[in-house]
Design a protein around this ligand. Structure first.
Ligand code: BTN
Length: 324
């Protein structure tokens, strides 16, 4: 039996996913591979961020069981999309890039998820660390007929959708940090990267990328800010498929509402979820730092900062908010 490397790795992982020991010899027989090939595939999977132990005489074992993404499972829990609007991928460069490369005729709500990203992108040109099976890496397409002027505040409503999905799965204490970070117990749990295409005056095509940490591996990860994941933050295990479907349902609901009514109906809700509400913060704008008290957002989605008794509005772009 010959298989592509990618298929062999998928089949290998399906066997290792139970977290039990599997002998290299039996895995090889089942997959039609030599023991040396099994060992090479295990090495590649380890490089993709999976904790796989190898014990002489026992074989290979994942440090913890893995719930693999299942198109069937996700599709069965969708309320607003049909199964052909969801694509589950294995290892790709970036789900955002994947959707950008697709024909936009796939339509609003078209969504893809991947098990791992080799070139996951974060905001400000950063890398989004994307180990195999450890998080949700998801991108959804949405085209806004009203053009660029109607999408201000889009990332803020996406944050609200993520919080709602998590609350629906009994994860409370989730807060938002302007413009598009999701925080759990003061650490980053999820981030949103929206990539926009379209000429001025024409429809505005958005690829909305979400990275949500579920159970990141224990080995050292190069993440440049305090982070958490759902398992650490709650002490509970989550089924990634249920989480993905819940998130997709909330995203389609909120994007439909946002398309009709804009940001206004969401402003109060965002302000109650604001992690920095009435806190002393500093804004990093290029090389400049501005200190003040965060006062939530206004109807345009701008961050309000009180300085010397005056409230000023700051719009998106290259602004970062930090605690003082
Ligand atoms: C941030 O910097 O906070 C935004 C992170 C966004 C990461 C997600 S993972 C899925 C999608 N694909 C990417 O390459 N990036 C986004």
């Amino acid at each position: 039996m010959t298989q592509s490397a990618s298929l062999s790795r998928t089949l290998l992982l399906q066997r290792l996913a139970d977290g039990q020991f599997h002998s290299g010899e039996i895995l090889g027989q089942e997959l039609g591979l030599s023991r040396a090939s099994v060992s090479k595939h295990v090495k590649v999977l380890t490089e993709l961020g999976l904790d796989i132990f190898s014990v002489t005489g026992k074989g290979y074992r994942l440090a913890k069981p893995l719930s693999l993404l299942s198109h069937k499972h996700i599709a069965s829990e969708l309320t607003l999309l049909n199964s052909s609007q969801v694509e589950v991928l294995n290892i790709i460069d970036s789900t955002n890039q994947y959707l950008k490369d697709l024909n936009r005729a796939k339509g609003n709500g078209y969504v893809c998820l991947a098990e791992a990203q080799t070139a996951g992108r974060g905001r400000h040109g950063r890398t989004w660390v994307s180990p195999y099976g450890a998080s949700i890496y998801m991108s959804m397409f949405w085209s806004f007929q009203g053009g660029h002027q109607v999408i201000s505040g889009l990332s803020l409503v996406i944050g609200i959708a993520i919080v709602k999905a998590l609350k629906g799965l009994d994860v409370d204490d989730v807060m938002l940090k302007w413009p598009n970070d999701v925080y759990l117990h003061g650490k980053k749990l999820a981030g949103v990267l929206i990539e926009v295409e379209g000429q001025l005056g024409a429809a505005c095509d958005c690829v909305i990328g979400i990275g949500l940490n579920i159970s990141l591996p224990s080995n050292k990860l190069e993440i440049d800010q305090p982070w958490t994941d759902l398992t650490k933050g709650t002490g509970k295990d989550f089924n990634r498929n249920t989480l993905a479907a819940t998130l997709i349902n909330e995203l389609v609901t909120i994007l439909t509402q946002f398309e009709q009514s804009g940001l206004e109906p969401f402003v109060e809700q965002w302000n109650t979820l604001d992690y920095f509400q009435q806190q002393s913060v500093k804004l990093l704008i290029g090389n400049k730092q501005l200190k003040g008290v965060a006062c939530g957002i206004n109807g345009d989605g701008a961050l309000l900062l009180e300085r010397n008794g005056q409230v000023e509005a700051f719009h998106g772009g290259e602004i970062s908010v930090r605690a003082v």
